[in-house]
Design a protein around this ligand. Structure first.
Ligand code: NDP
Length: 328
């Protein structure tokens, strides 16, 4: 069984690939350029030698035909590629690649994905939760507010709204695409929406400055007391999840028949505040919060049955990673 994984050199995808290879899948790893795939291929060299992983370059996912060749003869697709940062100068910097990448891979799969049975897209809790606090959110909730904020404020919109709008619009368009092309497609869609993902990276990181965005925020909060203008004690963030559990969710989404056609929230804990991560790094038990968003994971438990790592395990493993590199 061969699975195409997009954004293969990224934080999440590298862990997904690790899980898939260990379970015997063959992986086609899609990256922007050959150079972007170097570290990945070195890391999984023993699998490459056995023909279990191959690299494919797809260029910028803004191009609608980027995945036309990549989708041929694969049994499933896991689409993680999307811009992930809070430095968007204007909304379309985030929205255009997110939407084109998602619609592009679906279109390519429809036209050329001769063997595709299932497509899994990584959306985000940012596509579920609006900035206003609501106590109990589930898969029926959508972050409409960030889209409105971007429409209203353009380049003055908050970067978090730009990212959130990119994830919300991309996911909405994906479901719409499946609805409109139901009679032409032979695969089903699963969408996984994780909250903030933290954990020890497997992908190429050469310094704290080159950490992927979410781990960078973790690093700054824990070691530099930089909370991006937020109050670390009282401003509730949405949820968190260990990278290995987020990756496992994607593998289970591939393997669980009942996941077909479902949007699934995966979340180890919600809400949290930045101080919780600092506390966990000092071995202090994080507090229980009464204010903030709680993501309902009943559907995930019913369909995927994940057992989430604790904040302590996640934190200890990142600290070990950081210590091994002598960064702190
Ligand atoms: P990374 O930044 O580590 O990985 C993103 C990947 O997408 C990279 O491989 C990147 O390639 C690729 N990509 C982005 N834009 C383009 C483009 N225009 N053309 C080609 N490739 C592109 O992020 P994560 O692994 O953390 O995120 C993966 C997915 O998970 C994303 O969809 C994200 O929205 C979602 N997610 C992440 C969360 C988190 O906390 N990390 C939380 C919830 C959801 P390149 O290196 O070449 O830029």
């Amino acid at each position: 069984t061969t699975i195409l994984v997009s954004g293969a050199n990224g934080f999440l995808a590298t862990w997904i690939i690790d899980i898939l290879l260990k379970r015997g899948y063959t992986v086609r790893a899609a990256v922007r350029t050959e150079a972007k795939g170097q570290h990945l291929m070195n890391q999984f060299k023993s699998y490459e030698e056995r023909g279990k992983i191959e690299l494919i370059t797809v260029g910028d996912i803004v191009s609608e035909t980027a995945f036309d060749i990549a989708v041929k003869n694969v049994d499933g697709i896991i689409h993680t590629a999307s811009p992930v940062h809070l430095g968007g100068g204007e909304p379309n910097e985030m929205i255009v690649p997110a939407v084109s990448g998602t619609l592009g891979i679906l279109k390519s799969a429809m036209k050329y994905g001769n063997a595709v049975k299932r497509i899994i897209i990584t959306s985000s809790c940012a596509a579920v939760k609006e900035s206003v606090i609501r106590p109990n959110l589930d898969e029926n909730d959508w972050n409409e507010l960030s889209i409105l904020e971007c429409e209203r404020k353009g380049k003055n919109a908050h970067p978090l709204d730009m990212y959130s709008a990119s994830k919300t619009i991309a996911e909405k368009r994906a479901w719409q695409f499946v609805e409109e092309h139901r009679s032409e497609i032979k695969w089903d869609l699963v969408v996984i929406t994780p909250p903030w993902i933290f954990g020890p990276p497997l992908h190429e990181v050469t310094s704290p400055e080159t950490l992927n965005s979410s781990n960078m925020y973790w690093y700054k909060a824990v070691f530099e007391e930089n909370y991006f203008g937020q109050n670390p004690e009282t401003d509730p963030m949405h949820g968190w999840i260990d990278i290995r559990d987020a990756a496992e969710a994607h593998a289970r989404a591939l393997e669980t028949a009942a996941a077909g056609g479902e949007r699934i929230i995966v979340c180890a804990g919600s809400p949290y505040v930045w101080q919780d991560l600092r506390d966990a790094s000092k071995g202090i038990q994080p507090k229980v919060h009464s204010v903030g968003t709680i993501f309902n994971t009943a559907k995930e438990h019913r369909i995927l049955g994940l057992e989430y790592r604790s904040m302590k395990v996640m934190t200890d493993d990142i600290l070990a990673y950081v210590a091994k590199r002598g960064w702190q």
